[in-house]
Design a protein. Structure first.
Length: 449
């Protein structure tokens, strides 16, 4: 080998060594063994912190999912947040009960012991093939201790408004990897958004339009919808390169020939005649980020039959029943904040059963004061439009302050609320409904929790 050829090989090897050195960070080359140990320890500490942070987020999501009234919404969240655990869940059938008893007293000194939405039920889910489930739920509610829940706590009422023992839920469902199909009496697509603020105990839910005309929203399809066919579809955002988003949820439902609540007419022969909606449809869409921010929009439409229009004008109905809702919620380990705005036509009623067009606004917030203690605050505001003369001076307007002591998240707790009420009846001077401030103490105890 010539001297020049040998020099060329040395130069080539040197160049390769220089290139390899440039690939290694200078901090690594310069590190002593002790520094390397410190670097590895820091990396391990960061990894442990990330695991702890994700664990806290998971526990927070579990807490807020457990606070949902809608069991299908809970399963939707489980599929997204813990997909592996969801698929490996065992088949189950369980009976459950939720005792919710409270004592209320108005600023006039009158008090009463009443129900706050007590219920019993049974729930089952069977995975007949991987990621495919058959499920269902039957739930009965009780309203035996009081008669004012449709005013103070509308969500605790029945489809008929005043039953002491009544059906809350009864549905069958099929679950696939992409969504759900539900048939029966179930929480509505509209409530998927209205539920953001329906978190108070013993009150609330007055302004979103979910529970209308003194009912549970069953006939109109905005609360616990009666005889509903419903689909809920989840769309994976990763296909659109939106990594910070959770699966987009689109919900659709249909009803037909449901009775219009709070409307009766006496015919010439003395018979009492009711009126029914034609078709009814609901739609909602929810967008969720992985930082626990949620944005939702919902719309519900119930058709008024043309041949009934003239008779229904006597109770304020001058067209189809419509409700539009826009809502948002955001939560973290120590707090939860939600708000929604509603626009409604021929959907809500005064205490005298007169329908009106109007707007509503609800907010709800909670903050962890110390360990198991939580502060609660929010308001409900519902007002007819200025041109709704039949509604008179009617409006719903109240704020709520409360305190909770939680034994097990919000499934077992003691609570106290003050409802500062400035609501007015249609005839503000003569009314049999007392809109005084209301002081409430109560207990909620779910079993199994």
């Amino acid at each position: 080998m010539s001297r020049s050829s040998h020099l060329q090989k040395i130069k080539a090897a040197s160049a390769t060594l220089v290139w390899l050195i440039t690939l290694v960070p200078a901090s690594v080359i310069a590190q002593t063994p002790a520094e390397k140990d410190a670097t590895e320890a820091a990396e391990l500490e960061d990894a442990e912190a990330a695991v702890i942070e994700e664990s806290v987020k998971e526990q927070t999501r579990e807490r807020e999912t457990g606070a949902e009234e809608d069991p299908i919404a809970q399963r939707q969240a489980s599929k997204v947040d813990t997909p592996v655990e969801h698929v490996t869940k065992p088949n189950e059938f369980k009976a459950y009960t939720s005792l919710r008893v409270q004592y209320r007293e108005g600023s006039d000194g009158n008090g009463q012991l009443d129900d706050g939405g007590s219920r019993v039920g049974a729930d089952g889910n069977w995975q007949f093939r991987p990621s495919y489930w058959l499920g269902g739920r039957a739930e009965v509610g009780f309203n035996v201790l009081n008669s004012l829940d449709s005013i103070i706590n509308p969500g605790a009422s029945s489809s008929d408004g005043d039953d002491e023992v009544f059906l809350r839920l009864l549905y069958a469902a099929i679950e696939t990897p992409k969504g759900f199909a539900i048939l029966g009496k179930a929480w509505s697509t509209y409530y998927n958004v209205a539920g953001f603020t329906d978190r108070f105990q013993g009150t609330g839910g007055s302004a979103s339009g979910a529970f209308n005309a003194g009912t549970d929203g069953g006939p109109s399809g905005t609360g616990r919808a009666d005889e509903v066919l419903q689909t809920r579809i989840q769309i994976d955002p990763s296909r659109y390169h939106a990594k910070r988003l959770k699966p987009f949820t689109l919900n659709v439902q249909f009803q037909n020939n449901q009775e219009i609540p709070s409307v009766l007419a006496v015919e010439d022969n003395g018979d009492v005649q009711g009126f029914n909606y034609g078709y009814a449809a609901g739609l909602s869409a929810l967008l969720q980020t992985r930082d626990n921010f949620n944005l939702g929009i919902a719309y519900n439409h119930a058709d008024i039959k043309e041949e009934d229009q003239q008779a229904l004008e006597q109770v304020g109905i001058d067209g189809d029943a419509k409700a539009l809702l826009l809502g948002a919620k955001w939560f973290s380990e120590n707090w939860y904040l939600a708000s929604n705005f509603s626009w409604m036509w021929n959907h809500m009623t005064t205490a005298d059963g007169i329908y009106f067009d109007g707007n509503g606004w609800e907010t709800y917030g909670q903050y962890n004061l110390y360990k198991r203690w939580w502060a609660i605050a929010g308001w409900n505001y519902l007002k007819p439009n200025d041109n709704q003369l039949q509604a008179g001076n009617f409006q719903i307007k109240y704020g709520v302050l409360g305190l909770r002591y939680s034994f097990k998240q919000f499934k077992q707790m003691l609570y106290a609320n003050i409802r500062f009420d400035s609501s007015t009846a249609a005839d503000a001077e003569t009314t049999d409904i007392d809109f005084s401030n209301i002081y409430t103490i109560g207990i909620r105890w779910d079993y199994p929790r």
